[in-house]
Design a protein around this ligand. Sequence first.
Ligand code: PEP
Ligand code: MN
Length: 592
Amino acid sequence: MISAQAAGGEPTTPALTMTAAFEGIEGSYSHAVLDAYATRRGVTFVPLGCSSYRAVAHAVLAGRADLGLLPIDNAIAGTIREGYDVLAEYALDLLAEITWRMDHRLLGVAGATLDGLREIDSHPVVLAECGRFLGSLPDVRRVPVPDTGIAARDVAAAGDPARGAIASADAATRYGLIELANTIADHPENFTRFILFRAPDARGPATEFEPAEDFAIRKTSLLFTVADAPGALGRCLSVLGAHGLNLSKLDSKARLGVTGQSTFYADVDGDVRDERFAAALRELRDVSVMVHVLGTYDASTAPARIRRAPAIVVDDRPPVVPVPAKVAFPKAQRQGEHARSRVMVGNVAVGDGAFVVIGGPCSVESREQIIATAEAVAAAGGQMLRGGAFKPRTSPYSFQGLAWEGVALLAEASRASGLPTVSEVMSIEQVERMAAAVDLLQIGARNMQNFDLLKAVGKCERPVLIKRGMAASIDELLAAAEYVLSEGNPNVILCERGIRTFETATRNTLDLSAIPVLRERTHLPVLVDPSHGVGVRRWIAPLCRAAKAVGAHGLLLEVHPNPAEAKCDADQALTFGDFARIMDELEQIPIA
Ligand code: PEP
Ligand code: MN
């Protein structure tokens, strides 16, 4: 039983008890959402696990459950069409939206290891949310099962260390599984929205729910259909805009054989009881083929209120909602202990739990040079290959790089060695072509505040490595990351590469103190580039060790087959032997 008493406290009045239907079994996310909701509202829910979304609606309409809960969308995977479609198919009275952070864990039986897994079971939407992480395990089969609770239960029952399940920490405890990995969703802000509902003619305890009076904290979900004609959708959106109504979601529904018209799922802030909203709906009907209001409910900022005094007030924290905080770096800042990003570059995971070394020449100079370097980097255990093709040189008379020919050679070396690649992109025009050819786009120190370039890489799909400007503060580096993140690209890696100070003995001053500061302030992975940091070959090795000890997630190092002949940054280029020795020394230092 899901119960407020379970969390402790003395009842003051008899607990309000309701049966709540959800899809799945105990240990599923829906179950956890109901559990938390019951605790927060001071009511008792008797859980009724169902085998499908439709079965949840049936249980409520048939009076077997007082309430039902269905997920309708996820921040990473998008609209959960089945959830919306069931709400559209059955006449239900929507009560509240609940937004829940999906903190996925990879679970296995005692003795299982990440390397030993051959199969991972989970809900298909959850598998989609962890696509990048699963992409790093190419030999592991992904098996969709109806629910995360079922995945955890079945893996526990099978007792096979080659099988894993993606589910919540609660499922791990419930089914006696161990955690093999955490923070595995593609983005830490992985929220799912659920809708709590009752039957339209509800009797009994569900009638205790009261809608909020304030229309500003209500939300309405609807489906509307427009003709396939120029401007048809625009006219519908203009109606909402003209009435001052904000559209917080718009997604198109699969057409499946329908021609001549398109249907959209939409969420609009406001309440159908509001006269302004009602007028907008009348006009919307005039300019569309069909409007179907699924219902109005309390937005997650406004928990559905219950008329009766709660039996036990266990925990009256506000519900978990992704309210953007008014801070300078809302997307880059670290939020909580577990909210760390892991950025996948090809099949290499950059972030906590790993130390990734990127090696390669300052600039790609020839096929022989880059292929030999790639092989040496891979043989020494380096995980990624660097190589500049467009070089930001102080003097226009210095070697400027091989441009696209260099990019093609880098790609060839990547195919030959299996290493993912990083290369600098200097202008907006280069972004699209570079993104197609390399795995990680480097923004150089001199371009860290080229805001249009940051916006352009923010709009593309490739991960981005931002090097700290040589006169940039930590705040300015985070602001640069914010430019990329705010355009929708969540895959940002930062790199400390030395700053200009009064010191002239070294090329720059490698600011290793920035590493603990950044680790505290941002969820983004942080690399160190000692090559540009000190600029002198023999001082690079100790700083590599220091960088690992101080908590960097990896290194960016310049390596050349014959440093004396390097066309760029010769003084700081490591030989293959230097690089291999550094890799050996790093083995002795634990990951911080
Ligand atoms: C480089 O990595 O070769 C480079 C030009 O670095 P930075 O932008 O840090 O000077
Ligand atoms: Mn260089």
